[in-house]
Design a protein around this ligand. Structure first.
Ligand SMILES: [Mg+2]
Length: 218
């Protein structure tokens, strides 16, 4: 049976939240503003508010242009999680099994994960909508990932036939297993430890090394 390794992006593949980094880089940097962004992200990830609400509120705060993306991609490239950097070879060698499913944005994900050999067609993420001047004005709402339980809908549409393993740090990652579309959910705690889902993981991964150990011994 084929294995599929579903990997989250924000706070898993990378140390930070990519949309928040875009907000921080391109918007007013006052302290209240930064606290507000952090709160919206945390509330979304902890399922205190819906993902859709957390995303749309953050998009509303955004004051960014297409040209700003390169600066943010540079920052994200420098913030790949240590154990992912270390295990570039494993990722590359398993690129036919690895699928990135993220509530983040394709524009910020592809340039980072493609360096690890992850295939374009194996990346599922949101995309921005721009106005005629290139200003980001929204998110493509036709994409299920912009909605609540978007990861569940995305994996359902993929119709994977095999052993599905999910690696992620948030509630939306856990939901894939909760609704029966994954055999295992490994909670990734290298970057952040979200208390409300600590008991939801089949195993707590302190790093990608932990996963590789388990995977190679199964
Ligand atoms: Mg995440």
């Amino acid at each position: 049976m084929k294995d599929y390794i579903i990997i989250d992006f924000d706070s898993t593949f990378i140390k930070i939240e990519s949309l928040d980094q875009l907000l921080k880089t391109t918007s007013a940097k006052n302290k209240d503003y930064l606290i507000k962004i952090q709160k919206l992200t945390d509330m979304g990830m902890n399922a205190e508010i819906s993902f859709q609400k957390s995303l749309s509120e953050r998009i509303k705060l955004l004051n960014s242009n297409k040209n700003d993306l390169d600066v943010v991609i540079d920052i994200i490239n420098k913030n790949v999680s240590d154990s992912f950097k270390k295990n570039k070879k494993f990722i590359n060698e398993n690129n036919d099994k690895i699928i990135i499913i993220s509530g983040g944005f394709y524009e910020l994900i592809y340039p980072v994960v493609s360096k690890f050999g992850i295939k374009k067609e194996n990346i599922f993420a949101n995309t921005f909508i721009y106005d005629i001047d290139g200003k980001i004005i929204g998110v493509d709402k036709n994409n299920p990932l912009s909605k609540n339980s978007g990861k569940v809908k995305t994996i359902k549409n993929l119709n994977l036939d095999g052993n599905v393993i999910v690696i992620g740090d948030g509630y939306t990652d856990y939901e894939i297993k909760k609704y029966g579309y994954a055999n295992k959910f490994y909670l990734f705690i290298e970057n952040i430890k979200r208390k409300n889902i600590l008991d939801k993981g089949d195993f707590l991964l302190k790093s990608l090394d932990d996963f590789i150990d388990i995977y190679n011994n199964e």
